[in-house]
Design a protein around this ligand. Structure first.
Ligand code: ZN
Length: 164
């Protein structure tokens, strides 16, 4: 496993549509492991493949709850309802956050790393993280949805930082 460089907003790769994964390969397994390691290293709650420069529909999410690390291949939101508004950040835009409106509950259909179908249901922070990462796979950043100004994140202490 290795920590990969996270692309920063303005990098054209973050604005591109990702390709569907048709077949799991050893290379993609390594990518998934590296994405998890990179997310954890940066105290993120999620990471999408284009953020490490790979245009494939793969994302990982870990909000530190009982779901553990969720690996999503070709994820699609199949249900969403409710509404929440809260601060969102991104490893591709370090030190910034903004208020984003998201559904309060989503159901995601995806494949796991063995290419078996899975369904993930999330509310509140997990719903937010799932939407945020899936947006990356279509070349969208949360900044397109921010209401009001982007503000600087104030870190309370060393390992309090959480970004998506
Ligand atoms: Zn992000």
């Amino acid at each position: 496993m290795a920590i990969r460089e996270v692309r920063i907003m303005g990098d054209p790769i973050l604005a591109k549509e990702c390709r569907t994964v048709e077949k799991m390969t050893d290379r993609l397994q390594v990518l998934i492991d590296d994405m998890i390691e990179t997310m954890n290293d940066q105290n993120g709650v999620g990471l999408a493949a284009p953020q490490v420069g790979v245009l494939r529909r793969i994302a990982v999410v870990d909000i530190g709850d009982e779901n553990g690390t969720i690996i999503m291949i070709n994820p699609e939101i199949i249900e969403s309802d409710g509404e929440q508004c809260g601060p969102e950040g991104c490893l591709s835009l370090p030190g910034k956050q903004g208020e984003v409106k998201r559904p309060n509950h989503v159901v995601v259909s995806a494949l796991d790393r063995e290419m078996k179908p899975i369904t993930i249901e999330g509310t509140e922070l997990l719903a937010r993280a799932l939407c945020h990462e899936i947006d990356h796979l279509s070349g969208h950043m949360y900044t397109e949805l921010v209401e009001g100004p982007l503000t600087d994140v104030e870190y309370a202490d060393d390992d309090e930082e959480e970004q998506e």
